[in-house]
Design a binder for this molecule. Structure first.
Ligand code: SAM
Length: 397
């Protein structure tokens, strides 16, 4: 039997889609590899819409903008299958038989055997409860960084009846922003000689952006850096704390102080005396996929007015690309179905050229980043807008 995975948007149960265990020896290695990829879609899926397309898209007519990156049918089906004890037990039996068979063969690619073995560990472990652990690896080119910035994260199951639980999972925008930080830390103001830098992440969810930033700042040896990852939803915060702890097991010895705090964008602007560390402004504020309701941009502006420093740092450097003015870096997916929500950013924040003579938060730059939607449909892409927002007037320190 040949397993056909022509439409990965329709995930069927492994017990239906995989060839019978007894017929494993009759499959080609290519077919067995396709089965492993199929199981990976269920037990260790990539974050969809996070593979950046670097070459310009020449034929725009071949591009299909997808409307929904992660809450699509196959993602929901994968979530459901992951929590199905029968399917997990079946997949475990199937994978164990596969590994036993492959181990007896010669010339089996090592990666095929490794993939099958690591899936066994995932199916036998926390995947059973719908919990997903992923390893992210972002290439870094800066000489003082290791070749990759590696982050290990746990997503907890989304509660489909509670829209507030969206932060339980990692979204494509976080991958895009973390990748940009690892690729060019200087353009975010992460410069080795900078001291006592304060970084805040809003709506951190599983914490990918803040944790990747922590690893960059740590590898650069930036002294006295403080990173504060925030969210407002209890179970999301709980998972965020666990992810930060597992990535920074010896928080105190690294030179980087990493905290997690509750911060509700709607309530914060009206708080009289925020508790430390939210009582002092930040040099860099980060946000990925945090504008998806009409009010979000206005609430976030209220937070930035209190939390984004109005003072630029006085760092002497020969590079002209270093952003030392306090900046809010925001990446949002341009979902056609959320058009009015994402356009509120440009309504709420004027561009630098439209700004008046009073101090104001303005859009200093905007880029469009295009990623493969990861849906398996040719030409389907997700576009992200990357905004840089700062004060039109900053004081020199
Ligand atoms: C789509 S998720 C993005 C999470 C993460 N930044 C990522 O890209 O993976 C939106 C995040 O914003 C948080 N959020 C939503 N409303 C919020 C509010 N009023 N205050 C603070 N955080 C909020 C959610 O809990 C969630 O973690």
């Amino acid at each position: 039997m040949v397993i056909q995975i022509q439409n990965p948007a329709q995930l069927a149960a492994p017990s239906i889609r995989l060839p019978a265990i007894g017929s494993i020896p009759r499959q080609s290695i290519l077919e067995l590899s396709a089965c492993i990829s199929y199981l990976r879609k269920i037990y260790n899926p990539h974050v969809r819409g996070s593979s950046r397309i670097r070459e310009p898209v020449l034929d725009e007519s071949s591009v299909k903008l997808t409307s929904n990156i992660s809450l699509s049918d196959d993602v929901e089906a994968a979530d459901e299958l992951r929590g199905d004890a029968y399917e997990r037990a079946y997949s475990l039996r199937w994978l164990s038989a596969l590994v036993a068979y492959l181990s007896c063969l010669e010339n089996v690619p090592e990666s095929t055997l490794d993939d099958a073995t690591s899936l066994i560990a995932l199916c036998a472990g926390p995947a059973s409860a719908g919990i997903l652990t992923r390893n992210f690896s972002f290439p870094a080119t800066h000489l003082d960084l290791p070749p990759t910035i590696d982050v290990r994260l746990t997503d907890i199951p989304l509660d489909n009846h509670d829209f507030h639980s969206v932060g339980a999972q990692t979204w494509g925008g976080a991958c895009v922003l973390a990748e940009a930080i690892a690729e060019d830390p200087q353009s975010f103001g992460f410069v080795q000689s900078r001291r006592a830098l304060r970084v805040l992440e809003l709506g951190a969810g599983t914490g990918l952006v803040g944790i990747a930033t922590g690893k960059v700042v740590q590898a650069l040896g930036m002294l006295d850096a403080r990173i504060v990852a925030t969210d407002f939803y209890e179970s999301v915060l709980h998972n965020l704390v666990a992810n930060v702890r597992s990535n920074f097991p010896q928080n105190n010895d690294t030179g980087v102080v990493f905290d997690c705090h509750r911060l509700d964008w709607q309530a914060f602007p009206r708080e009289h005396a925020p508790a430390p560390p939210l009582d002092e402004p930040f040099d860099v504020i980060l946000g990925a996929d945090i504008v998806y309701e009409a009010a979000h941009a206005t609430w976030i502006k209220g937070c930035l007015e209190r939390l984004l420093s109005r003072k630029s740092s006085k760092l002497i450097s020969t590079s002209s690309h270093i952003a030392l003015s306090p900046t809010f870096h925001l990446v949002i997916p341009l979902r056609p179905t959320f058009d009015s929500e994402s356009s509120t950013i440009e309504t709420v924040f004027p561009t630098a050229s439209e700004a008046s003579s009073v101090p104001q938060l303005v859009i200093e730059g905007k880029d469009i980043i295009v990623c493969d939607a990861g849906s398996g449909v040719k030409g389907e892409v997700v576009r992200y807008a990357y905004y840089r927002i700062g004060w039109n007037f900053v004081q020199d320190l």
